[in-house]
Design a binder for this molecule. Structure first.
Ligand SMILES: [Zn+2]
Length: 377
């Protein structure tokens, strides 16, 4: 049985604001009282919600609050990455259950998919209600192929069919790893669905971006992150894996920092130099200038409600301040006070735990799966 609109409204409300009685759910969601009752009994029967201790009410029956049940059902997160696959179980409140399983796989990318399918087989049980799969680069949801060439040049597309077969009727959401990160941000920050959010993931030599429009990933012509890393400048960088030079993620790297003559009194990798930020480190400031410009161009173009910078850089106040000041000073004036800035220190996007949030996002927020997953018990 698929999940109904009323059930989803109830679930999203419980996710966002915690335990609530049936009458409270009616008031908060606008769903009619009898329909809240029907939705609640189905979700209770499926083990997706549970009843908490009754609270006394003024007259009439005591109110029994409902909450998301963390104990009965779970979802599975699966990640496929060049060289390794891993899988994890998360309960419906987003907590990791047990240790993730990981396998190293070398050679033909088809073997990665087979290994992922085998992990899914090992992890799934009667209590599994959905699967989130994160993949690198581009994914074509129509043909169900990962376009590996974006990450490993020369590799042909690889079919995800073995994973779909193993899911065997379970709702499955496949997205780029940056979308998985965005799903995790959206749910853990209880963000408003009606806001457009630009999330930018910054590390040494790798930049990712993702745009959420109305709480869902920007679809485009192929499923992928928004390729901020390949925004190009007239800069003399090494050749990017995309085949071009001057890509922003080649500029924002230790390699380019050293190339522009940064070693005089300022040795070390990009992140080390960022950690002990010295305002006289001009090559480092040049890199942050490029990065700020790239982000400013995108923000001016999109006009998001929120800009979320995701990086270990958020631990280093000096460069963090430099970057946010540079962005603000270059934004169109009308946007400066309208775009909200957030910083999020989050570990790597391509973990099985993060992939699991794709399935949770589809359960609570709907529309994360291009062809609508439709949850069943
Ligand atoms: Zn590139």
């Amino acid at each position: 049985m698929g999940i109904t609109r009323e059930q989803r409204s109830v679930l999203r409300q419980l996710w966002r604001d915690g335990a609530q009685s049936r009458s409270g759910l009616h008031k908060l969601t606008g769903v009619a009282p009898n329909q809240v009752g029907v939705a609640a009994s189905v979700l209770l029967e499926q083990g997706i919600v549970r009843e908490c201790q009754a609270r006394p009410s003024s007259g009439g029956r005591p109110r029994v609050p409902l909450e998301i049940d963390p104990a009965q059902r779970h979802i599975i997160g699966l990640t496929i990455w060049p060289g390794a696959v891993s899988a994890a179980r998360l309960n419906l409140q987003g907590h990791l259950l047990g240790k993730p399983l990981a396998r190293e796989v070398h050679g033909d990318p088809g073997r990665l998919v087979d290994a992922a399918a085998a992990l899914l087989n090992k992890m799934r049980s009667e209590q599994t209600i959905g699967v989130g799969v994160s993949v690198p680069g581009f994914y074509d949801p129509k043909s169900r192929h990962i376009l590996f060439g974006m990450i490993v040049p020369g590799q042909p597309p690889v079919s995800l069919s073995p994973v779909f077969e193993q899911a065997d009727g379970l709702p499955i959401v496949v997205e780029n790893d940056m979308h998985a990160l965005a799903a995790r941000w959206l749910l853990t920050h209880r963000a408003e669905m009606d806001q457009d959010v630009l999330l930018v993931n910054i590390s040494d030599g790798a930049l990712g971006a993702v745009l959420l429009v109305g709480g869902r990933p920007n679809r485009g012509c192929v499923s992928s992150a928004n390729e901020l890393g390949h925004m190009r400048y007239l800069a003399d960088t090494s050749t990017c894996y995309c085949g071009q030079t001057g890509c922003l993620e080649r500029i924002f790297s230790t390699e380019y920092l050293q190339h522009i003559g940064g070693d005089v009194g300022h040795g070390g990798a990009l992140m080390e130099r960022s950690a002990r930020y010295d305002p006289d480190d001009e090559p480092l400031a040049t890199l942050y200038g490029y990065l700020a410009n790239g982000i400013v161009n995108v923000v001016n173009f999109i006009r998001p409600h929120r800009l979320v910078l995701v990086s270990e850089l958020t631990r280093y106040p000096g460069v963090c301040d430099l970057l946010t000041r540079s962005i603000r000073s270059r934004l169109l004036g009308e946007l400066v006070d309208r775009v909200r800035f957030d910083l999020w220190d989050q570990p790597v996007s391509h973990s099985a735990e993060t992939a699991g949030w794709l399935a949770l996002a589809d359960l609570y927020y709907e529309g994360w799966h291009g062809a609508s997953a439709g949850y069943s018990s």
